[in-house]
Write a protein that binds this ligand. Structure first.
Ligand SMILES: Nc1nc2c([nH]c(=O)n2[C@H]2C[C@H](O)[C@@H](COP(=O)(O)OP(=O)(O)OP(=O)(O)O)O2)c(=O)[nH]1
Length: 151
């Protein structure tokens, strides 16, 4: 199972999403993130990916969740982080266009369907663990627990 990361950067009442220009999830809004490289820890990966995709450096991202997903041709374990402190101004890269959204008004219609099941918990400071299955590109929840310990 390959490892990947996602980062949800949260300020007082907004969160940063990206519109990916290519790769998994392109044309959807997602948190910045990507594949964990050999020799790298997930927390090193999330800092590197955020910097590569939107040009800001997050400080002390905290792991707040994880989900495993299975699809016809691959599976992955995604480590989800929340960060509140960062340096720099989000800017467009060749991979992504960053955009801030009010935490109470997220573009769920243009996100992975299962994000609406766990993202509000994360933005609210909670934790979760999930297991999803993707069928023809559409994920559905098989199992989801909140308020769990993740590390
Ligand atoms: N929000 C959300 N993100 C997801 C879901 N499934 C899923 O893989 N992702 C994220 C986790 C990773 O950040 C990314 C997939 O990793 P990837 O490494 O294949 O994507 P990438 O094209 O950005 O690759 P990379 O070269 O930047 O490493 O998509 C999902 O259901 N919801």
């Amino acid at each position: 199972m390959r490892d990947a990361t996602l980062c949800h950067l949260v300020t007082d009442d907004e969160t940063l999403l990206i519109h990916k220009k290519r790769g998994v999830g392109s044309d959807r809004y997602v948190g910045p993130g990507g594949k964990v490289e050999p020799g790298e820890t997930p927390s090193e990966c999330v800092v590197r990916e955020v910097e590569e995709e939107v040009g800001v450096r997050v400080h002390d991202p905290e792991k707040v969740g994880e989900f495993e997903y299975y699809s016809e041709d691959w599976d992955a374990l995604v480590h989800v982080y929340r960060a509140t402190e960062y340096e720099g101004t989000p800017s467009e890269s060749d991979e992504a266009i960053p955009e801030w959204f009010p935490v109470g008004d997220l573009p769920f219609g243009e996100m992975w369907a299962t994000d609406r099941d766990w993202l509000p918990t994360v933005l609210d400071g909670g934790t979760f663990r999930g297991r999803f299955v993707y069928h023809e590109g559409d994920p559905r929840v098989v199992e989801l627990e909140t308020g769990v310990r993740v590390d």
